[in-house]
Design a protein around this ligand. Structure first.
Ligand code: B12
Length: 266
């Protein structure tokens, strides 16, 4: 059954596929997956590789985003949806698509540091697709951290794939991703402070928009306020809010050399 699903997922465009039985899923801060699918017994983890252009830019533009987040998310959602329907039809199962990013459940506890329905990094590591990196990303031997994960919770009792052995790229890495983080977002014990990361990586997000609004409110004259409203900065915020995420910084992903010594065929 696993091989049939793996083959179908690859045909649908997934670059990497693994399986995790929920018995082996440990992510203490994440919700119980049964909240989303009461019959859930395992997760299919899917990884999609961005287009090469996403990381080859000279200038950090909005225009890179379709090569990365938007394109992969649309393709990933479509592939995962069709895989879910395939599993439901072929194996009389139920499935639930674990989104790559948004929307989150937003409440008082999590609105400053969002938590996904399933922690896809934990699932990727625990199912042998990746290992934890010092940058807190899930590093694959094939592509390093440069993948987007999606998941498919499902009611099939699929066995977990074994964790990766003999792959520890951080052990010999000369790039200090934590020290080089422009947002100084890494804590001493290696966690990421969301607000510090977002302030730099998503300069047009809602928090930075609020800062912009406060600056406008503090301007003494109407003329100065109008000048700010007519600035490119305002339109960048507007575009972000209307459209989707713009990652300005992705240094911990882009400069990670984890796949450079890959022994696995890409
Ligand atoms: C919310 C979120 C964020 C938030 C908060 C991140 C956070 N601290 O969890 C913010 C906005 C900051 C963020 C930033 C980024 N994100 Co993000 N994010 C998510 C999302 C949607 C949910 C994560 C979640 O539930 N976290 C809460 C819980 C699970 O975290 P936790 O239990 O506290 O675990 C954390 C630590 O304790 C630590 N940890 C836990 N166990 C262990 C064990 C070991 C050994 C180690 C070393 C660490 C470690 O790792 C976790 C990260 O801090 C996931 C998608 C998903 N559904 O998983 C994408 C996801 C994690 N993000 C992703 C990406 C690409 C990014 C950015 C690179 C984007 C960018 N350019 O800015 C940065 C990377 C910052 C970084 N180095 O972590 C990818 C990661 C891909 C990969 N190869 O690992 C994911 C999986 C999205 C996807 N679908 O592919 N993200």
């Amino acid at each position: 059954m696993k091989e049939t699903i793996r083959k179908k997922a690859k045909e649908l465009g997934a670059d990497l596929v693994s399986f995790l039985n929920l018995r082996d899923y440990i992510s203490p801060r994440s919700p119980d997956p049964h909240r989303y699918l009461s019959s859930a017994r395992s997760i299919v983890v899917l990884a999609f590789k961005p287009l090469a252009g996403a990381y080859h830019y000279q200038e950090n533009t909005w225009s890179k985003m379709p090569s990365y987040l938007y394109g992969m998310e649309a393709a990933g959602n479509t592939a995962a949806y069709h895989l879910g329907r395939f599993i439901e039809r072929e194996f009389n199962a139920e499935s639930f698509l674990v989104q790559a990013h948004r929307p989150f459940e937003i409440d008082e506890e999590t609105f400053r540091s969002p938590i996904g329905s399933v922690s896809l990094r934990h699932a990727a590591v625990q199912s042998g697709l990746a290992v934890w990196g010092k940058n807190t990303l899930a590093l694959t031997p094939q592509f390093g951290p440069r993948v987007m994960y999606l998941g498919l919770l499902n009611s099939l009792d699929l066995e977990s794939d074994p964790p990766l052995k003999n792959y520890d790229p951080c052990a010999t890495c000369g790039y200090d991703c934590r020290a080089n983080c422009p947002g100084k977002a890494f804590t001493e014990d290696g966690r990421v402070l969301s607000h510090r990361c977002v302030r730099v990586s998503q300069p047009n997000d809602v928090g930075n928009f609020m800062r912009f609004l406060i600056e406008i409110a503090e301007k003494p004259t109407m003329e100065e306020r109008l000048e700010m409203m007519k600035s490119p900065r305002f339109f960048r915020h507007l575009q972000y809010l209307q459209f989707f995420i713009h990652y300005h910084c992705d240094q911990c992903t882009r400069h990670c050399p984890a796949d450079l010594e890959a022994s696995v065929e890409n």
